[in-house]
Design a protein around this ligand. Structure first.
Ligand SMILES: *Cc1c(COP(=O)(O)O)cnc(C)c1O
Length: 367
């Protein structure tokens, strides 16, 4: 059997006709950037995220970069974040001109440990950027408490967690901005790159909107320097076809996760912990095993798609060496990087496929 980590062809087969119609409508209109489909998507993403405003952008990365730029975060500023995330989170902080300050993760959730934030706040700190990793939100209450105490902005990197909840509140709706990605492997994936920023702050919304288009307002008059962060109409049209299915797809992911949880219970496999305060959308199902590299090799031999998110915590990346972090500075992230392995959890998986994955994990010698 061959089981990919994600099977977008299986998903496409279920929506092909609608998708072709939607894309064709954009082509016929030749309104290729912005336009009514983008506005409609913005309204709908704001609504499902319990947020007042949304700004469609070119990627999840640009959602983060635009948030930082629109909040005026740059040279000399510090942003507190997690080292256990996709590169973009921290790449954007540095590209904005600010300095990332890493704090370690909670080993159970893989998310930033709020207890470690306050000790690293300085007079240069301007923001906290929690990442809602693998589909589960970070522990937002203590993060917001610290942010309010020191007047810091909170930028939620919700690229992996659209519609996920924490104490009933939606990902992206708690901080100053929430950043979503429509990269094809995310729960709501486009047919190329795309992203969205949500906010409840009307003034900030105005700034995000202007910064998306080179900071231009009125046209060709620039009070601020923005970028080209625009969303293509064809992406919005494709995403509008997929959006009505998002909840059912997330439910399918949760069902698959529950199946694996049960199969792995009481074994050497540590299954993902979901806090009782959270509903995860399982962008990834990451187990922890002590003999990770053996398990990975065996699964790959059996044609099971799996991946390591993430093999090198960001504080140890070569390009950030000048920040001065070293091995041992974020021990939980470093340990997780050696033990995690993401298994296929996409909604179209059958029981037979899941059994094949589970059996393959158990087959590894020494277990
Ligand atoms: C995917 C992702 C991003 C970047 O999104 P793109 O759309 O690929 O630019 C940022 N942060 C996290 C945590 C992600 O998973």
């Amino acid at each position: 059997m061959q089981i990919p980590l994600l099977d977008l062809k299986a998903q496409y087969a279920t929506i092909k006709e609608e998708m072709l119609t939607a894309v064709s409508e954009v082509l016929e209109s030749q309104r290729c950037i912005g336009g009514p489909r983008v506005s409609e998507l913005e309204e709908k993403i704001a609504a499902i995220s319990d947020s007042r405003f949304a700004v469609g952008v070119s990627s999840g990365t640009d959602a983060i970069l635009n948030s930082l730029m629109s909040l005026g975060i740059g040279d000399g500023d510090e942003v507190i974040t997690t080292p256990f995330t996709f590169f973009a989170t921290v790449g954007c902080i540095v590209r904005a001109g600010a300095k990332p300050v890493f704090v370690d993760i909670e080993p159970k959730t893989f998310n930033i440990n709020p207890e470690l934030i306050e000790p690293v706040v300085t007079e240069k700190t301007k923001a906290i950027m929690p990442v809602h990793l693998f589909g589960q939100m970070a522990d937002m209450d203590p993060i917001m408490e610290i942010a309010n105490k020191y007047n810091l902005a909170v930028i939620e990197d919700a690229a992996q967690s659209i519609t996920s909840t924490y104490k009933g509140r939606k990902a992206g709706s708690i901080g100053a901005t929430g950043c979503f990605s429509f990269f094809p492997s995310k729960n709501l994936g486009g047919i190329g790159d795309g992203g969205m920023i949500v906010t409840n702050d009307e003034q900030l919304y105005g700034r995000l909107f202007i910064m998306r288009n080179h900071g231009s307002k009125p046209k060709y008059y620039h009070k601020h320097i923005g970028g080209n962060f625009r969303l293509d109409a064809i992406q919005a049209a494709a995403l509008l076809v997929k959006l009505p299915h998002l909840d059912e797809w997330s439910e399918g992911r949760r069902r698959n996760a529950a199946y694996y949880d049960k199969e792995f219970e009481g074994t050497f496999v540590q299954t993902p912990y979901v806090s009782p305060e959270c509903v995860s959308v399982y962008n990834q199902y990451c187990i922890r095993v002590p003999n990770r590299d053996e398990v990975l090799a065996h699964l790959r031999e059996k044609n099971i798609g799996c991946e390591i998110y993430y093999p090198v915590p960001l504080h140890l990346q070569e390009c950030f060496r000048s920040l001065g972090y070293k091995e041992g500075d974020c021990r939980q992230a470093e340990k997780a990087a050696k033990e995690v392995i993401a298994l296929p959890v996409y909604p179209e998986l059958t029981d037979e496929m899941k059994d094949y994955v589970v059996d393959a994990v158990f087959e590894v010698e020494g277990n």
